[in-house]
Ligand binder design. Structure first.
Ligand code: C2E
Ligand code: MG
Ligand code: MG
Ligand code: MG
Length: 292
């Protein structure tokens, strides 16, 4: 009977919901200890400059090396941490690890590199953020421009006014601002007009949708000319094959990141890459004095 089917459906749904809640409970119960015990690790994914194939930076992406579950991707825990507020502590940890790594590499004489870190929508509405970040880079003796702050496009819709203010402040003191997941939402163009940023990071969907759709190449060309006009540099992420790279080269995209070049990797592995190939970073990012 229909009623019987419905009952079965509800039971299955309840089971799924229950196991999801149990999993979330387990994550919440373990998060504080995990942070203290160093179970969170940063992985670095190389970013390359298209015009000369040079290593030009990295994005720091967090992983949870869980004693029972093994290495876990952020998809499992970031959305939950954004809801329960733990993301603030975790992000501060990630940013600090990124700075410590840069400090160490500078001290050992490697080519100076910039690292992009993700800033959650939950962090960006904290008015202490600029002071916190400035104090952190100072403590590590780094110029703010060595840290690129990736802010997701979708954060804009919550409270544009406050977001604009915080981002303007961060940029004024010298941090480089990257708009992550650009083009994923509906506010993109309006936001470009209002938010002071330095870099557009194209959402993966533009290049991952099949070549068969010429409209995507058209949109990319449009974004590139807009970016040129606004003096923004453009990074494409999610590049998985040669064909995508060639299409990006054709439209004049500046930087690429993706599995075609390298997956996110432990810092030690990235260090070997940096040591072997060196890096080349835009001059303006290398000033030693912060702009404040
Ligand atoms: P995101 O900032 O857009 O980062 C890019 C994601 O794309 C990463 O996933 C990266 O591993 C993945 N990726 C890179 N190249 C390719 C490719 O060629 N193909 C495909 N299919 N994927 C590629 P990941 O590491 O799983 O991170 C997912 C999201 O979690 C990130 O998206 C970011 O929003 C968030 N996240 C990661 N680390 C942090 C962090 O430390 N703090 C915060 N607040 N969020 C983070
Ligand atoms: Mg990102
Ligand atoms: Mg992001
Ligand atoms: Mg992204």
């Amino acid at each position: 009977s229909i009623k019987g089917q419905y009952g079965k459906f509800c039971a299955a749904y309840d089971d799924e919901l229950r196991s999801k809640l149990l999993q979330e409970q387990a994550i919440t119960d373990g998060m504080e200890a995990a942070l203290k015990e160093g179970q969170f690790e940063i992985y670095l994914q190389p970013k390359y400059r298209i015009k000369d194939d040079k290593l030009a930076g990295a994005e720091a992406l967090v992983r949870w090396n869980h004693p029972k579950w093994g290495m876990q991707s952020p998809g499992l825990f970031i959305p939950l941490f954004e809801r329960n507020g733990f993301i603030t502590q975790l992000d501060q940890y990630v940013w600090n690890q990124a700075c410590a790594t840069l400090r160490d590499w500078d001290d050992r004489g490697f080519d100076p590199l910039c690292v992009s870190v993700n800033v959650s929508r939950a962090d960006i509405y904290n008015t202490d953020l600029p002071d916190f970040l400035l104090e952190m880079v100072r403590r590590h003796g780094l110029s703010p421009a060595r840290l690129h702050l990736e802010i997701t496009e979708s954060a804009y819709t919550e409270n544009p006014h406050q977001l604009i203010e915080t981002v303007a402040h961060l940029r004024e003191v010298g941090f480089v601002i990257e708009m992550d997941d650009f083009g994923s939402g509906y506010s993109s163009l309006n936001m470009l007009n209002n938010l002071p940023i330095d870099v557009l990071k194209l959402d993966m969907k533009f290049i991952q949708s099949e070549t068969a759709k010429p409209i995507n190449q058209g949109i990319l060309r449009f974004i590139m000319s807009l970016a040129r006009w606004m003096n923004l540099s453009v990074v494409a992420e999610g590049v998985e094959n040669r064909d995508q790279l060639e299409r990006l080269r054709e439209i004049g995209c500046d930087y690429v990141q993706g599995y075609y070049f390298a997956r996110p990797m432990p810092c030690g592995q990235f260090e070997a890459l940096l040591q072997e190939h060196g890096a080349s970073v835009q001059e303006e990012y290398l000033q030693t004095e912060p702009r404040y």
